[in-house]
Ligand binder design. Sequence first.
Ligand code: NAD
Length: 480
Amino acid sequence: MMYEYGNLISGQWVPAGGSEFLTHNPARPKEFVGRYTAASDAQLAAAGKAAAEAQREWRSTASVERGAIYGRVVSAVESRAEEIARSITLEQGKPLAEARGEVAKSCAEARFMIGEASRGHSEVLPSARPGIKNMVVRRPRGVIAAITPWNFPILTPMRKISPAIVFGNAIILKPSEFTPAAACLIADCARGILPDGLLQIVQGDGRVGARLAGHPGVSGITFTGSVATGKKIYAIAAQRLAAISLELGGKNAAVVNDTDDLNACLDQITAAAYMCSGQRCTAVSRVIVKRPLLGDVIDGLVARCKKIALGDGLLTGVTMGPLTNASQLARVDAMVRKGVGEGARAVVGAAPAQVMGLEGGYFYAPTVLVDVAPEMSVAKEEIFGPVIVVLAYDSLDEAMAVLNGVAYGLTSALFSNDNRVIQHFVDESENGMIHVNHGTIPDNHMPFGGVKSSGVGAYSVGSSTVNFYTTEHSVYIKHR
Ligand code: NAD
């Protein structure tokens, strides 16, 4: 077994307690990768107590000092980057090059966050009364509970750990039960650098997640995952009015209106759609094309799909790994079949893929569905797999109606050189993130999040994090 971890409580990996669970390599499902122990109620209680104690000290450490200490954690992660990247490929399945990119991006976002938190974010404002000084100051929120999914085993945990720690909080993280290794390796990097209890890991499935979210000592809950689970966590938070940040799914679209470089446009769309086997919340899932370009766009997407090399992500030359687990494979396949049943036509893929030597691996062929109408389930629901659905339009109004006619509002991309079209898209796209003439990959310092069913509460990454990881206090001082 490559990875064996219990729960990290107050600086110690505590093995016994709850039930054991195993992770496996999705490219070779018979190969077990990790053995973990789910957190018991007693361990959750101990984690809550240790977090509160550690945070009391940490909050009075100067923000610049907190950043300097956390910077050593980031350096430790960087020095173990290759080991962490391999753990991601082994448990999650993505190609090693993508996993390496994920580690690097996590560290780059963390470094920005260190500078961001050192700014303090206080304001001095004029008073309405003479002799009084007004200030708005920020304080650490307290103990943060973080619950993360399996698609980005280091990026999502680090997106929560970095702001939590540098803004002066303690954090208890429950990683996905499918991919805990990367989070455990981060915690190993932090041991001996951060005070005990400041970053703790509890293991397990949704039952542990629900108990963590319901812990009375937790003052903020940050969750990334599905809409269904997000709603359950929102309800738990409401019971005691804990602060909430939910980052949920997407049904992201690229609108192709006009382009002077169709190849570059299709390269961007293909990368945004099939990276991580399409299991990104920001994956392009719909391509909405102006009718005269339809044939060329479909041909170009199909040609690119045929060049994708499926396989074990640890092997050189592989450009797409498997889906992460068996239920994902079954779910994606069922959604594609349903779409075909509703009238969509598969021009490439649309079936689980057999890879020689990797029989039983959870591979799904890169897929393009055409003749898709906006009412079809494949045009409205998140697929979370390597599937593009293509819809055609005649007028920009029609394109915008299709773009915005879904419950989600995470990210969108427009390809156009027409300034009026660009301005209209930027004004009217109902998405938290809006890209023009490139795919949906976000920057390391820009707010990241969604509107409509894609999110609730403050965005993560960049300047927005202060709104979740701190509380705001208006101060009026009359000096005597
Ligand atoms: P999921 O909702 O099934 O699980 C996410 C996490 O929640 C896991 O750690 C899981 O153990 C935990 N969990 C499950 N039930 C719970 C409960 N009742 N109470 C508390 N915790 C519970 O999601 P997933 O399948 O792991 O991830 C895929 C989903 O995540 C997709 O919908 C995707 O779009 C979304 N996602 C969103 C973003 C974003 O930033 N918006 C990023 C990545 C993934």
